[in-house]
Write a protein that binds this ligand. Structure first.
Ligand SMILES: NC(=O)c1ccc[n+]([C@@H]2O[C@H](COP(=O)([O-])OP(=O)(O)OC[C@H]3O[C@@H](n4cnc5c(N)ncnc54)[C@H](O)[C@@H]3O)[C@@H](O)[C@H]2O)c1
Length: 255
């Protein structure tokens, strides 16, 4: 199975920490040059640490993925400094939990803006670069098991809806761009221990045991549990696989 990514540039939105950062490291271990795009100040240091650890070229740039112009500009800088990105992982995402009846317009728009619109702007800039350069590529959009089922006991209608839309965004682009050899898939993780889930658990500590009790494998995922799947989807090992959502949840949705 050929998972070597040498000579390719991978962009990871939300790559300064969490799932995006773990995947970025694993793509670098396969030889890819890495560009991290994230709101966080530490994004440049995160890229530097990947470069030092794996001997690849890496850059980290602050970006708000909801800013279309800034996203286009960031992809242009990456193409100039590294090469036209042929791998994309969209990991920038947020979750705001609460009873739907109380959700404000600002909260609703924020979740849809970051998770759906930001993902679209990222994959749009990625696709534009490839179509212009006439290069093949692979985009992996992070959706969630929440795109498929309704997680309980916490409520997150905006998050669930945004992730269901990300799934169909991937499907839509996969068909549109298949003739240009650009593959687009989504992955749907179950509960992963990251800052995102840690903050939810901090507010409601009883949630962790509740979640774990519903996971057949008996534990939340570590970000590293997702890396093999993304390497597979990013590489030529999955050259005939497009338009699919792959659930990776320790069996949560199998029950
Ligand atoms: N942790 C889980 O259980 C879980 C499960 C399923 C899906 N996901 C999804 O995986 C993705 C990564 O989440 P994570 O768990 O690693 O969380 P995380 O909070 O650790 O990482 C998310 C990253 O996205 C960045 N980000 C947020 N808004 C941004 C914006 N507007 N522009 C640029 N960057 C922005 C954050 O700064 C952060 O570095 C998210 O889309 C999340 O919805 C997470």
């Amino acid at each position: 199975m050929n998972t070597n990514l040498s000579g390719k540039t991978a962009v990871i939105t939300g790559g300064a920490r969490g799932i995006g950062n773990a995947v970025a490291r694993s793509l670098a271990a396969e030889g890819a040059d890495i560009a991290l795009l994230d709101l966080l100040e530490g994004v440049a240091e995160a890229a530097q640490s990947i470069a030092e650890e794996h001997g690849v070229r890496a850059l980290g740039q602050r970006l708000d993925v909801t800013d279309q112009g800034a996203t286009v500009a960031a992809f242009e800088v990456i193409a100039e400094r590294l090469s036209v990105p042929q791998i994309l992982l969209t990991a920038a995402g947020i979750e705001i939990n609460g009873d739907s009846i109380d959700v404000t317009a600002a909260q609703w728009r924020k979740v849809i803006d970051v998770n759906l619109t930001g993902t679209f702007f990222s994959v749009q800039a990625f696709g534009r670069g490839l179509l212009t350069a006439k290069l093949p590529g692979s985009a992996v959009l992070i959706s969630s098991m929440s795109a498929e089922i309704v997680n309980v006991p916490q409520w997150a209608a905006s998050y669930n809806s945004s992730k269901a839309a990300v799934r169909h965004l991937a499907t839509s682009l996969s068909v549109e761009w298949a003739p240009s050899d650009i593959r687009v898939n989504s992955i749907a993780p179950g509960y992963v221990m990251t800052e995102l889930t840690r903050q939810i658990i901090e507010r409601e500590p009883e949630l962790e045991a509740d979640w774990v009790s519903r996971i057949p494998q008996g534990r939340m995922a570590r970000p590293e549990d997702l890396t093999g799947l993304v390497i597979f989807l990013a590489s030529d090992a999955s050259s005939y696989l497009t338009g699919q959502q792959i659930i990776i949840d320790g069996g949560y949705t199998a029950v």
